[in-house]
Design a protein around this ligand. Structure first.
Ligand code: URA
Length: 209
């Protein structure tokens, strides 16, 4: 699979395993997601450009590197994407945030858009789209399509979990968009859930079931 990065750091794998456990409380699921989001952001932003600024240490003046955090836009696919945002913003507090509201029609499993709000001047920014689960790929494909209309400098897609069907669908539609994930699970079931997966990410983050 080209352009797919499985973030197999032991800490990431450990936390993901704990999240899969159906007995994990809403509280611990959310805390683990937050920690995972921070760790994944570290990997996903590895190629972020840096520039030098002058700083004065207690001993002397020096030129050292910084990133331009506000050039990054984290786009959350509502609602489950929001669960990843906090952790990402902890690591890159200057990043801008976009939201795209898509729900999955339970019969067709197709994405239906109900909200779209992005920062201005997207053509100067690098976008990281986040959704915990890349399952059928329909929401991800629709989100990336809409974001591409704004001509950002680049787009990456970050999820916790995906499956071969989701990767194939997103890469088929947007081969230029790299996918970052903590795991590629076995398969989708007939209801569009990932197996073995972790269940409904939104419900587990927000405690709605
Ligand atoms: N969305 C979820 O929350 N879980 C899945 O397994 C698939 C899509």
């Amino acid at each position: 699979m080209n352009n797919v990065h499985v973030l197999d750091h032991p800490l990431i794998q450990h936390k993901l395993t704990l999240m899969r456990n159906k007995e994990a409380s809403t509280n611990s699921f959310r805390r683990l997601l937050n920690e995972l989001a921070m760790l994944m952001t570290y990997e996903v932003t590895r190629d972020t450009p840096t520039r030098e600024i002058e700083v004065e240490t207690p001993l002397e003046k020096t030129k050292q590197k910084v990133i331009d955090g506000k050039k990054l836009v984290f786009v959350s696919i509502l609602r489950a994407g929001t669960g990843i945002l906090d952790g990402m913003l902890t690591v890159v507090p200057g990043a801008r945030v976009g939201h795209i509201g898509l729900y999955r029609d339970p019969k067709t499993l197709m994405a239906v858009e109900y909200y779209f709000k992005m920062p201005q001047a997207m053509e100067d920014r690098d976008v990281i789209v986040v959704d915990p689960m890349l399952a059928t790929g329909n929401s991800a494909i629709a989100a990336v399509e809409r974001i591409k209309e704004m001509r950002p400098k680049s787009i990456k897609f970050v999820c916790l979990l995906t499956c071969p069907e989701g990767v194939k669908a997103l890469q088929g539609a947007h081969p230029d968009v790299p996918i970052y994930t903590a795991a590629i699970d076995r398969q989708l079931n007939e209801h569009g859930y990932i197996l073995p997966g972790l269940g409904d990410a939104g419900d587990r983050i927000f405690g709605t079931k």
